[in-house]
Design a protein around this ligand. Sequence first.
Ligand SMILES: O=C(O)C(=O)C[C@H](O)[C@H](O)COP(=O)(O)O
Length: 213
Amino acid sequence: MTPKEQSAATREIAARAPIIPVLVIDDLAHARPLAEALVAGGLPALEVTLRTPCALDAIRAMAAVPGGIVGAGTLLTPEDVRAAKAAGARFGVSPGATPRLIAACAAEGLPLLPGAATATEVMVLFEQGYDMLKFFPAEAAGGAPALKAIGAPIPQVAFCPTGGVTPANAPGYLSLPNVVCAGGSWVAPRDRLAAGDWAGIEALARAAASLGR
Ligand SMILES: O=C(O)C(=O)C[C@H](O)[C@H](O)COP(=O)(O)O
């Protein structure tokens, strides 16, 4: 799968809702009800970070939820890419990008949303065919003004800013022509997961789904 084809796929997935929830799942039992709540709230594209021991099993469980599109986040190595694909991930997200990671995604046919934070990083990925990127770490790297500035000379590249995005600053990103959606963890707070507050998470998702609209 070429980088161009990968970006076409991630762009289509990103365009389905203004926010991609970034999920850290500690308890496998949370996976399915969490995905159901987020999808019911209007956020179909879900990023499960590979930061917890049950993350791959969580992807497996969530991939079965109707209407959801489950991806794997925190892809760092080719092994992560292979494991994510085997678990049923439909896309991958990484904080940056390396040649080995890109080669693995091409070989596995896993559409990658690679991270970039500077004009040079954006240009290196664009040169390879990627035109849909994750802007990470969004707030620390200059926020919406930085992304707006990058968009002036490189308008062909679209972004999903992630890292420090909140309901308060998300509209600033979503108003930019080079932003398709944003990623954020606030729709699935650890305390609500621990409490099994699926109705509360659905309400957070519904509010996030209406951002920028
Ligand atoms: O795990 C990854 O792949 C990452 O790149 C990190 C995430 O983008 C941030 O953890 C977003 O988290 P918040 O800033 O809380 O919204």
